[in-house]
Design a protein around this ligand. Structure first.
Ligand code: G6P
Ligand code: MG
Length: 222
């Protein structure tokens, strides 16, 4: 049986992954560093400061700044990002997500959130989804960002769910790794997430009955 379903936020529930990319791109370009969508795959699920380090590495600039300069850069990125968030409304919930949530709720299962974003609360509020989650594991509750399993394990604990009876849903490579290391069943959104147990191209392809069936088969094999 299933204990809980735990969602990533950015790129799964809403397309804020794209806003993170645009905000980083703006900051990177100000420093003469070019980043594209392919590079951005490596930033998904990664904390703000770790993302900045990856971008500086990409431009061979990692030795050029002091910690306080880096902190100023990270807050500048966040200001760009928050500008995008002002436009966010419940219409920005990705296709298929409402039906998925209804299906999980109809089965009486707990729903959790696992996002390292310090803006997770603001995003959920803008989408009017705060009441959906029984427990949110966020940046304040963890010390290690994905691919470390800490955030998913924290969410399982908060929901009193056993990891190998729980499902995680992710759009990031780092996120799928975190789910697998936690011992959970991984649903991946995005065709490149080869390590996921169940893979769909886009959120509109998430079908609760099919996921449940695939999960039951996985349980029999494991
Ligand atoms: C999520 C996103 C990342 C983002 C991180 C921190 O994991 O997938 O792209 O860098 O949250 O977000 P924050 O809002 O705290 O800068
Ligand atoms: Mg994500």
């Amino acid at each position: 049986s299933i204990d809980a379903v735990i969602f990533d936020l950015d790129g799964v529930i809403t397309d804020t992954a794209h806003y993170h990319f645009l905000a980083w791109k703006q900051l990177a370009e100000e420093m003469g560093i070019h980043i594209d969508k392919e590079f951005n795959e490596r930033l998904k699920g990664v904390s703000r400061m770790d993302s900045l380090e990856l971008i500086l590495q990409e431009g061979n600039r990692q030795e050029d700044f002091t910690l306080s300069e880096k902190e100023a850069m990270a807050s500048k990125k966040n200001e760009h990002y928050c500008e995008f968030l002002k436009k966010l409304t419940p219409k920005d919930i990705l296709p298929g997500i409402r039906d998925l949530i209804s299906g999980i709720k109809a089965d009486g299962l707990s729903i959790g959130l696992a996002s390292v974003s310090m803006n997770a609360g603001t995003v959920l509020k803008a989408l009017d989804l705060e009441s959906v989650f029984d427990f949110c594991a966020d940046a304040s509750k963890i010390s290690k960002s994905k691919p470390d399993p800490e955030i998913f394990l924290t969410a399982c604990k908060g929901l009193a769910a056993i990891p190998n009876r729980s499902i995680g849903i992710e759009d990031a490579e780092a996120g799928v790794s975190a789910i697998k290391t936690a011992g959970m069943y991984a649903v991946g959104v995005g065709s490149t997430l080869k390590k996921a147990d169940y893979l769909v191209n886009a959120t509109e392809d998430l079908n609760w009955n099919e996921i449940k069936e695939a999960f039951q088969n996985w349980c029999l094999e494991n």
